[in-house]
Design a protein around this ligand. Structure first.
Ligand code: DGL
Length: 273
């Protein structure tokens, strides 16, 4: 039995969609979630900068005594997963590999679309992982800079979001994909819009449930699970504004958030220095 918490991080509140699935799968575990709201969004940033931020957060979480780190951010996973795994002494799980596996399993015509941030698309990580499983799969990536701001806006389900989804879906429909990887933590929030635009015949792949499963299997494999009879607790930290995290966070987590603690970016930088 291992009572240490699991560390989960994202550029902001998007990773709470991953935490949500972890809470469902592992209700007896404790979690520390850190959202880097002060430096959100990661998507338009250079990969090297995202890698630096992820390294700082990984070390900070390790300093909080976590037993495993989940990079619950596709851009951070794309930019930094191997470096994080090298730098930290605890296991690090990203959100891309579980989705790549699921996409290869799901596709029947071996044409897979990818919707993600500019950084994730630029990294080529999905293509590399999908091709390591099946080199014959054609991957069609589309960067979607408009979607994250729209999903975080006051009207995430409005006409502007539907229009933006239609625009990014166009090239994927044209390419005849039968499976679309939603390679960003924010997209589960607009799942009904995405499914309506793509139609029922297209399989949508989300990382959250696949990632939670991988976390659970890793804990079991390493025998570092907490007592299954207990009820876990969550701590929420942000480098941004705790009040905004609280308001926006409940939308993503779909569970009430009691308190949010502030962490300064300087504290993250100091741990990594
Ligand atoms: N969390 C980011 C991701 O999954 C989306 C938000 C951002 O651009 O920071 O790629």
């Amino acid at each position: 039995m291992d009572a240490r918490p699991i560390g989960v991080f994202d550029s902001g509140v998007g990773g709470l969609t991953v935490l949500h699935e972890c809470l469902v799968t592992l209700p007896h575990e404790d979690f520390v979630y850190l959202g880097d709201g002060a430096r959100l969004p990661y998507g338009p940033r250079p990969l090297a900068e995202i890698r630096r931020f992820a390294g700082e957060i990984g070390r900070f979480l390790e300093g909080q005594g976590v037993k495993l780190v989940v990079a619950a951010c596709n851009s951070a996973t794309a930019a930094a997963l191997p470096e994080l795994q090298l730098a930290l002494s605890v296991p690090v799980i990203g959100v891309i590999q579980p989705e790549a596996h699921a996409a290869v399993r799901a596709t029947r015509n071996r044409r897979v679309g990818l919707l993600a941030t500019e950084a994730t698309v630029a990294s080529g990580r999905y293509e590399a992982l999908i091709h390591s499983l099946d080199a014959g799969v054609t991957v069609v990536p589309v960067a979607c800079p408009e979607l994250v701001p729209l999903i975080e806006s006051d009207d995430p389900f409005g006409e502007a979001t539907v229009e933006a989804v239609r625009k990014v879906a166009g090239p994927l429909k044209q390419a005849g994909v039968d499976t679309v990887v939603l390679g960003c933590t924010h997209y589960p929030l607009i799942r009904p819009i995405l499914q309506r635009v793509f139609g029922r015949e297209v399989t949508l792949i989300f990382s959250a449930d696949e990632t939670a499963l991988e976390v659970s299997e890793t804990l079991a494999r390493k025998a570092i699970e907490n007592d299954a009879a207990r009820e876990g607790i969550c701590r929420f930290l942000t480098t941004g504004d705790p009040a905004s995290f609280l308001a926006m966070g409940s939308r993503f987590l779909q569970v009430p958030i009691a308190a949010v603690e502030q962490v300064r970016v300087a504290d993250l930088e100091a741990v990594a220095a």
